[in-house]
Write a protein that binds this ligand. Structure first.
Ligand code: DQA
Length: 145
């Protein structure tokens, strides 16, 4: 089983951006945590982080053409704005779990709505970096390994 972990805008700024909300660990630490977890589960994993919506769409399409089994996706602020990302996920029909490091329901009202949730099997929020690992568990349960 092969999964793609996609992170959207400003996730590369973890450790610098709003540590009270997102913690002190950086993006490299997040990648290492997920890589180790996938290794322990015998999963192949690739990572994409971009601040650009079109690059995220290209990554989702590549997941289709390169036959990935699942996607873990934190679209960051594009969660709340992007119909294009929703359409990309609907197009490829690859099982996707939406992750948010913070609890988006307990923040500003505009963070409560997710366009991409409509194309995801599950949404995990407010668990910090561990949310990505729970998303991988959910993917494995849904796809089988
Ligand atoms: C986020 C929540 C979003 O509302 C925000 O725009 C982000 C990160 C999270 O992981 O908690 O950039 O997706």
């Amino acid at each position: 089983m092969k999964i793609m972990v996609i992170n959207g805008p400003n996730i590369n700024m973890l450790g610098i951006r709003e540590p009270d909300v997102y913690g002190n660990e950086n993006y490299e630490g997040l990648v290492e945590l997920i890589r180790n977890y996938c290794e322990s589960k015998g999963l192949a994993v690739d990572f994409v982080q971009s601040n650009h919506e079109g690059v995220l769409i290209d990554a989702i399409q590549r997941a289709y053409f390169d036959k990935y089994d699942g996607i873990v996706f934190n679209p960051a602020a594009y969660t709340h704005t992007s119909i294009a990302l929703l359409d990309a996920l609907k197009a490829v029909k690859i099982p996707c779990v939406e992750v948010h490091i913070s609890d988006v329901d307990k923040r500003e009202d505009f963070r409560r709505h997710s366009y991409i949730a409509n194309a995801c099997i599950k949404t995990i929020k407010g668990l910090g970096f561990a949310g990505y690992l729970r998303a991988i568990d959910a993917l494995m349960e849904s796809i089988g390994d």
